[in-house]
Each structure stands twice: as structure tokens, then as C-alpha cells.
Design a protein around this ligand. Sequence first.
Ligand code: PMP
Length: 355
Amino acid sequence: MSISHRARPEIQAMAGYQPGEQPAPGQRVIKLNTNENPYPAPEVVLAAIREQVAGPALRRYPVPDARPVREAAARAYGLEPDQVVVGNGSDDLLTMLLRTFVAPGAKVVAPAPTYSLYGTLTAIQGGTYREVPWGVGGSLLIRAIADADPALVLITRPNAPFGFACGLDQVSALCRAVDAPVVLDEAYADFADDNGLSLLADHPNLIVTRSFSKGFSLAGLRLGLGFAHPEAAAQLHKVRDSYNVDALAQAAATAALDNLDAYRPNLDAVIGERTRLAAALRERGLGVAESQANFLFARVPDGDGRPWYEALKARGVLIRYFPEPEELADGLRISVGTPEENDALLAALDAVSAG
Ligand code: PMP
């Protein structure tokens, strides 16, 4: 007999996180649905991985606290290694943050729309998840978040899935207004005009998370960084899985952080294509939100995105369609691809609208 009824009630009640759809094995698609980077990581990073495979790394445990990566991150971003925690993807850091700061029943608050994993992680932890609409705006938004008495605040900057970056002054004001950790999820910051790392010096309750899946072209390896006050970082280290970052990922991360300049052409190409693709979509009558990330949120003229998503999928172009929640309903999210991939998307859109 199944013992599923013995699962904790909050686990039974939740749906679980729904990641973006994967193409069938062997199916050739233009994959613009999960905000990966369309370009490979620089050769120096790939070489570092190959070197690990050739050596003893796979049969040895990796460095438990990823110290070499933390040192490389500290060098790259002008911080101290004690301010850095490394995760198995930035999702792993989010899990650590929830485990560290959210007791059962405590509140997690996020301006929304935002990354849907936050609600799932809160449910797993037995916490209560509250969203405050971004539309509330300015000091009222900060007041609404503070009044909710959060144990943890989660802000995505640039936002997902719209792509806008809220003011850094707003992040500072929020850090001052709440007596709780404020997590700035900067998964997409490598594509943005600025970021919140410099705020760490003034706000001991600020924690910044970064991903290697977007700007660093390493989604398949799973790597993320967390930056925090050393005392907060020390708490996070206690809840890490024992060897949470594997040896190949540690070698790749160190090489990437020591060679940030090697990523510049790749990042500039994505940012340039973001501008071109947004203009081309607007020319075709779609409404496109301003984006500082590597994706665009768009609405089709008649409002119903589903037939467009389906028709593009039938033509081998995979994008993301949001049936819900209400603020996103019927919207489309398109990852910025290579010029060829973006041209193929535009050609498919033209074919769909020509009927
Ligand atoms: N934060 C946001 C806002 C994201 O969109 C994503 C990607 N789905 C992540 C974090 C997780 O990224 P990673 O691959 O580093 O776990």
C-alpha cells in the first residue's frame, strides 16, 4: 500500500514546481522558453572542465565549502571570501535561505509577479507565502512588505518574467524598512545596466544571489553564488548539503570568475539582440515590456497568447506561455536567442499571422 498519505500535509497539498517544458529526446527545436544562454561558455571555462574529467576529480569528493570558487568570486567582485556562499544553481541558494530564515508558519513576502519557485520553497518549509503586487509601487510597496511582518523578503531584479529592474534606491529603502533578510535575486543581472552588489556594504540584511545559468552559459552544470554579510553567510553554510557543488562545477566557476572579460562579447550579443528582437516584435504589433534581462515578455494584439504559442511550437519554436496568474495571463515570454534563432522566431510569427 502506498505511504503517500504519510507525506507531510503541506507536501501533499502542493503541486510542486513546474519547470519549463523540455523538447522530446532527439527533437530539434529552437528553444526560447527557459532563458538559457544561446552561446557556449568561453573555451577557457570548457578547458577547465575537461581538465577535471582527465584528472582524479570524479572519484574524489569536491571541496565541501567551495573555497576556491569563493576566493575567485571575492576577487572578481571586490568582496571577501567569507561573504560568499556557492550553490548547486541559485535555486539551491534559495533553498538554503528558506531553510535558514523561515521557521514553520513564518512569512515570506515577495513583490509579484515573480519567480514561481519562491512559493513552492516556502510551502516545503511550512511557511506562509504572500505576494504584494509591484503595481502598488514606491513607498506604498515598501510599507506593504514591511507591514506583512516578513521573516524573509525576496525581490527579483531584473524582474521575472517582465524583465524590468526596480530602482536600487527602492532596494535600499526596503532593507532599511524591514527587520529581516532581503534577498535580491539577481539571476539575470549580467544582462542589466547595474546591480545591487554595492549595496551590501550599507545593508547587513541584504543577500544577493546570482546564477551561472544565464550570463555564464552553464545551466547544465548548476551553479549559483550568494553574497551576504559574513555572519549571515556563516549561517547559510550550516544548512548547505555536505558537498553541494561538484568538482566540475567548481572548476568551471573558478575559470569563469577569473575570466569575466571572456564573457563580454557573448553578453553584448544577447543585449544587442534583445533590442533588435523587441523592436521587431513591436513592429509586428505585439506589446513588449522593457527588459534588462535575456528575455522579453510580450502580448499579442488580440490578447490570447495560447494559439500563438501552440502555432509556434508546431513550427519548432518553443517559447513560454503563461495561462496564469492574472497579471501574466495570456502573456508570452521569449528568451533572446542567437540572431539566427531570433530570425527563425520572427519568420514563424509572420507565417502564423499570415494564417
Ligand atoms: N531566479 C530566477 C528569477 C530565475 O528565473 C531562475 C531560473 N529559472 C533562477 C533563480 C534559478 O537559476 P539557477 O539555474 O541558477 O538555479
